[in-house]
Design a protein around this ligand. Structure first.
Ligand code: CP
Length: 319
């Protein structure tokens, strides 16, 4: 069996069996199982044997160069629930501000004893730009590229809702082109046998061959009529360069609302990665509806991230 990867940058870094392992362990955490002890003893020769340096307790660091409420905090909570040590390095107060580069920042963290580094960055595909020192690494969102742990917690939440992903169509609505969540889901859902429909203003839809399981549709009504799950996406204004979009036009044609679902007599589940821009991509009327799954996604993020951390640290211990 292929060991769990030590770099999780894309959802493609995991095979189907490893995705199932993440779900299985997350489910056991959700059912109340105690985390397995994950003492860590590095085999690296260049690490000193001083116990103040190479503690038996793994050390996890977050380094988020973009704002986050859900991802960073849920990794921090997951690390604490697993009884690991945890530090956060805030980029705006780091020596990046004094001209140090990312590679030296990561190397510094490694020599401070960090075993697992979790990063969010506007830079895409960091592992191909920066040599990651010998620490485990998780992408907590890189530009508009990917957000693999979000896609995993979404898929876990879909399964938990009782849907069979291989018979499920999920409609990603809105700013698909600039959404890293959408890009990870467009890989994971087809891998698990499901279908993806994308819908939004044409400037915000990826072009070209999207593969046999992904289809672009022209209207919100068509997406709603096809989907078991609707997944409105926040407009990623911070990543827009050349696309100008009238927000009123977007709201009129693509905002997902309970009123619209009632008019069409449809009851798809509604997922959202957050943060929500209420009144823009999603209407307030959905937030209190039993169709709305986003708060369950937030809860599940803890179990999924505990699971990923544990599987990665165990693989790291054995490497
Ligand atoms: N879903 C998500 O990435 O949210 P945050 O930006 O709050 O971390």
């Amino acid at each position: 069996m292929k060991p769990f990867p030590l770099i999780l940058e894309s959802i493609k870094d995991l095979n189907k069996g490893q995705v199932q392992d993440v779900f299985k362990l997350a489910k056991s955490f959700k059912n109340g199982s105690e985390p397995e002890g994950i003492p860590f003893s590095s085999k690296e020769k260049d690490l000193k044997s001083n116990p103040h340096f190479t503690s038996k307790t793994p050390l996890i660091a977050t380094f988020f160069q973009e704002p986050s409420t859900r991802t960073k905090n849920s990794f921090a909570i997951a690390a604490k629930r697993l009884k690991t040590d945890y530090v956060d390095l805030a980029p705006q107060f780091s020596s990046l501000k004094k001209g140090e580069d990312l590679e030296q920042t990561f190397i510094t963290l490694k020599y401070q004893g960090v075993n697992l580094l979790i990063c969010r960055s506007p830079l895409e595909k960091i592992s191909s730009r920066v040599k990651i020192p010998k620490v485990a690494y998780i992408n907590g969102g890189d530009g508009k590229n990917e957000h693999p742990t979000q896609a995993l917690l979404d898929a876990f939440s879909i399964l938990e809702s009782g849907l069979d992903i291989s018979k499920t169509t999920i409609a990603l609505i809105g700013d698909v082109l600039h959404s890293r969540v959408a890009h990870s889901l467009m890989k994971l859902i087809p891998e698990l046998g499901g279908k993806v429909v994308i819908c939004g203003p044409s400037d915000w839809l990826p072009k070209g061959d999207l593969g046999p399981s992904i289809e672009s549709v022209s209207s919100l009504e068509e997406a709603i009529s096809r989907a078991d799950i609707l997944y409105p996406l926040r407009i990623q204004k911070e990543r827009h360069k050349n696309t100008v979009q009238n927000e009123d036009y977007f709201i009129k044609h693509f905002k997902v609302s309970l009123k619209k679902l009632k008019e069409m007599d449809k009851k798809p589940l509604v997922f959202h990665a957050g943060p929500f821009n209420i009144g823009v991509e999603i209407d307030k009327d959905l937030l209190d509806s039993p169709l709305f799954q986003a708060y369950n996604q937030i809860e599940n993020s803890i179990y999924i991230r505990m699971s990923i951390i544990q599987l990665m640290l165990q693989a790291s211990r054995q490497s």
